[in-house]
Write a protein that binds this ligand. Structure first.
Ligand code: KIV
Length: 276
């Protein structure tokens, strides 16, 4: 048994991909949050988040850009290192930024840096059928991959804004097929953003790997939110699927605990946080 030094004395086992797959099999909801620094990482880890994502959303909530497009590999590694120091139990995933996975070799080089320098245990990349070869290339070399489909924020300038995806019949069928192809190519997790709840359920039922949703309805295997949204730090208008977990909470830690509890009990998301 290889046990991480820092965890040898702690009673709780760190979450692994095996844990997440078991949770899907046993229908135990997976609670996920983003983090970008060590303090937030400790907070969401202590609150019981099973998975922590160093998302390229950091471009918007930390760096103040309008989109995630300007985020670089160096940015992700910098924040990932900080987050890795803050967590003891959660499974750490790092986002591959815009244009950092345009070929197998480029994707592998950047993914290796995120794992070796950043401490990530998995990388996430955006894309459907167009990324099958990249997913196959990475997973064949034992890089765990989360494939992000539905609304792909890195494609915002191509799709003309942050919009719900998969509402038309043909688009929904294509998304289901893409999800299955990504799983066959080796994707270990599929993440669905901003799609109708019914489509979220159909994709989740079609896949064996865990499916994490953000604005993808209640019938997925886990929920993720940008922590700055969930804790009501993000100023201005927030997406429909965001619930303010700070409301009524005495501290940010209690708010994160409320998020985890609401996901685990399937109290979140109720229909007002979902798309039809
Ligand atoms: O960058 C990010 O935080 C994400 C989540 C919205 C899932 O991709």
């Amino acid at each position: 048994m290889y046990t991480h030094l820092a965890q040898r004395d702690s009673g709780e086992q760190p979450v692994s991909l095996t844990t997440l797959k078991r949770m899907k099999a046993e229908r135990e909801p997976i609670a996920c949050l983003t983090a970008y620094d060590a303090s937030f990482a400790k907070l969401v880890d202590t609150a019981g988040a099973d998975l922590v994502l160093v998302g390229d959303s950091l471009g918007m909530v930390i760096q103040g850009y309008d989109t995630t497009v300007p985020v670089t590999v160096a940015d992700i590694i910098y924040h990932c290192r900080a987050v890795a120091r803050g967590i003891a139990r959660s499974f750490l995933v790092a986002d591959m930024p815009f244009m950092s996975y345009t070929s197998g070799d480029q994707a592998l080089g950047n993914a290796v840096r995120m794992m070796q320098e950043g401490g990530a245990k998995m990388v996430k990349l955006e894309g459907g059928a167009n990324q099958i070869d990249i997913v196959r290339f990475l997973t064949a070399r034992d890089v765990p991959v989360c494939a992000h489909i539905g609304l792909k924020p890195q494609a915002v300038h191509k799709i003309g804004g942050f919009r719900v995806q998969g509402r038309e019949h043909a688009a929904a069928i294509k998304m289901i097929e893409d999800a299955k192809s990504l799983e066959q190519a080796g994707a270990d997790i599929v993440l669905l953003e901003c799609i109708p709840s019914d489509l979220g359920r159909r994709i989740t039922e079609a896949l064996e790997v865990p499916v994490i949703g953000i604005g993808a309805g209640p019938d997925v295997d886990g929920q993720i939110l940008v922590s700055y949204d969930a804790l009501d730090i993000t100023p201005g208008r927030k997406p429909r699927f965001v619930r303010n977990f700070m409301a009524g909470a005495a501290s940010p830690l209690e708010a994160a605990q409320r998020f985890v509890a609401a996901v685990k009990s399937r109290e979140y998301p109720t229909p007002e946080f979902c798309f039809a």
